[in-house]
Design a protein around this ligand. Sequence first.
Ligand SMILES: [Zn+2]
Length: 165
Amino acid sequence: MMTLMLALGACSGRESNKRTVTTPPPEPATQVIKSDAEWKKQLTSEQYRILREAATERPHGKGYEEFRQQGAGTYHCAGCGALLFSSDHKFDSGCGWPSFYDPAKAQNVKLSEDHSMGALRIEVTCAVCGGHLGHRFDGEGFHTPTDQRYCINGGALKFVPAEKP
Ligand SMILES: [Zn+2]
């Protein structure tokens, strides 16, 4: 799977050496509760639609392209900064959205049943601010240690590149 991912990445012709130095956002010490007005002010309209209205971004969008090109680092909630996922667990499922087979910090990732599309799905939300992240699908046959796919909207994530050794 890693080989495939690298091969696909190389085809894009958009490899970039640009590197911005970013420090991880502070981990919230408590639950983050804000009014809709506050979220609207803080988030972009796309982030608001995903995190606060449980919208799904279009597949193969900008967030997915960026995800495929990102190297080592951590993925934090775009709403509150909580650590959610790590590049250690990312894989290219080909589905069009960032995919992980495990959370980086399980206590920050909340799972609940979602019956909204006429079928039972597992919704993935940020346990700290309640923001909608995406869904988890199990047993699809991906060759990952868990055979689970956390299918996450790129717009719900903030990527922080790892420090170079
Ligand atoms: Zn959050």
